[in-house]
Design a protein around this ligand. Sequence first.
Ligand code: ATP
Ligand code: MG
Length: 607
Amino acid sequence: MIQGTPHGPQCESRSLDHGTDILGAVLLRMSTLFLRTLREDPADAEVPSHRLLVRAGYVRRVAPGGYAWLPLGQVVYDRIEAIVKEEMDRMGAQQVHFPALLPREYYEATNRWTEYGPDLFRLKDRKGADYLLGPTHEELFTLMVKGEYSSYKDFPVILYQIQTKYRDEPRPRAGILRGREFVMKDSYSFDLDDAGLQASYDKHRDAYIRTFDRLGLRYVIVSAVSGAMGGSHSEEFIAPSPSGEDTFVACHACGYAANTEAVQVRAQAASDPFAHPPLREVDTPGTPTIESLVALLAGQGLAVTAADTLKNVVLKTRLPGEDDWTPVVVGVPGDREVDLRRVAASLAPAEVEIFEAEDFAAHPGLVRGYIGPQALRVLGVRYLVDPRVAQGTSWVTGANAVDRHAVHVVAGRDFEVDGYVEAAEVRAGDPCPVCGDGLSIDRGIEVGHIFQLGRKYADAFELDALGPDAKPIRITMGSYGIGVSRAMAVIAEQCHDAKGLVWPRAVAPADVHVVATGKDDTVFVAADELADQLVVRGVRVLLDDRRGVSPGVKFNDSELIGVPTIVVVGRGLASGVVEVKDRATGERTEVPVEAAAGHLADLCRQG
Ligand code: ATP
Ligand code: MG
């Protein structure tokens, strides 16, 4: 099932009973806590989570895409990791751990040493041997299972690790959202047959739903494979967020939801290519853009729209291990842009880049702004088209000479295509590939990915189990990831306001932030007592017991840090009350000081 409706509550606080209080009740005293909040936003922060996690003293930048966790950050991180671990254990997965530093040979066997391209951190040891820092560990897990298991009776098995991964991301970004060093929970399932793989996949899907629900995330499960009926071979858990780099489509009529890269345009029916008037070239001075062309043709009495024109964009591709780039022309209806990410996803593992001015200079046959597919066969350049450019469709397009265009250029008559490619941008309102209703488009951040690998890795390493008839059975695998460190940024991204973070209780650095204000010793004594009573009741407390810090600074800090419940022990004490404030709603209530601990413990238990 592909799900188009968002799951999960927003900024929901979870009760202490929901899962155990994994890390135990603690008291953090701000007078000694290794914490300095910042008044100013860090200069390099582009998105709210980055800005707030740095300002509130959760993380500090060490390198591009490399961050240190300060104590508060470590607490939140540990809580997230514990939830991920609990849900993996609950589904029966077993935890192992691999080194991140790995010899080249394992990744050579699957060609990923080369295929991974520039994202792979490669290094040499003192003897000159090649090593890499693991970006993901399919190879190692496959070999581990091969080493230990041999009989069909051993299977199925699911193994996981929570481990630091390294990827030399082209654009590390937004703090811990996209690191070059980050923590991933990666698991791998090993089954004897397809039904087993489907069962392991479904278990992961359920475990991920539980995990992300507990983390208080809003998310959508989207199909990550092409094809209208892509089904569940690969799905991503995307947290909707304006800061996200992923775009996904959803159909509110039938529930289809897919990563934009995976959306497959419905192929158009082929028609007779010889039913059109003959190709005719026309002079079109000064028309390198579609708009200028449409305007000029209108002046000549030719009523065409941008959608009737065929836009031909030159790109270059390079297969893993190749040194040279090869030009390829991509044809899309002229009213659409080419979406490079969709092209790259379609042509993976080849790299795809824009054809630059110097590339055009090296290929004079490709006349920039006036390219028509009529000439591409002769030039020996591959021509890939959007599925809308079906056999028998007629187009206005370039005539391969400056200031010249051609009309009635028909697919299958005047040019041939070398293949279809999902290259055109997807737009809100485009027809759903399943039911035809209008699609919506949103941005989000990928927090999890579940993927049926099949036998690719088992084939590479000949991972077999001996069957009951003593014949070998090739194992089929799944691979499943959660961005554990990223999840913290994603929660922050969804759960904050103008004043600071608003953690869901399940991951908050504390349940209650007790703020002592004023100069009077009695206030500090009362705050201390309240904190102790709370800890005894299993409540995790952050206590602002700093002397000589103004109430204003303390209030601002409490809002920035984002503990779900804030208790002010101050002026009200004289009349026997403390103020309890809900960080998310801002709602305040006065509670008699002697009843406060019980009241707060109940509050935390209710969520
Ligand atoms: P993205 O499209 O965001 O680069 P990906 O497709 O490369 O993600 P996977 O290889 O499926 O991601 O990795 C599994 C999970 O690890 C992702 O769902 C994501 O949550 C997390 N992840 C991937 N790359 C990073 C990164 N650079 N920093 C932090 N987390 C990451
Ligand atoms: Mg990636």
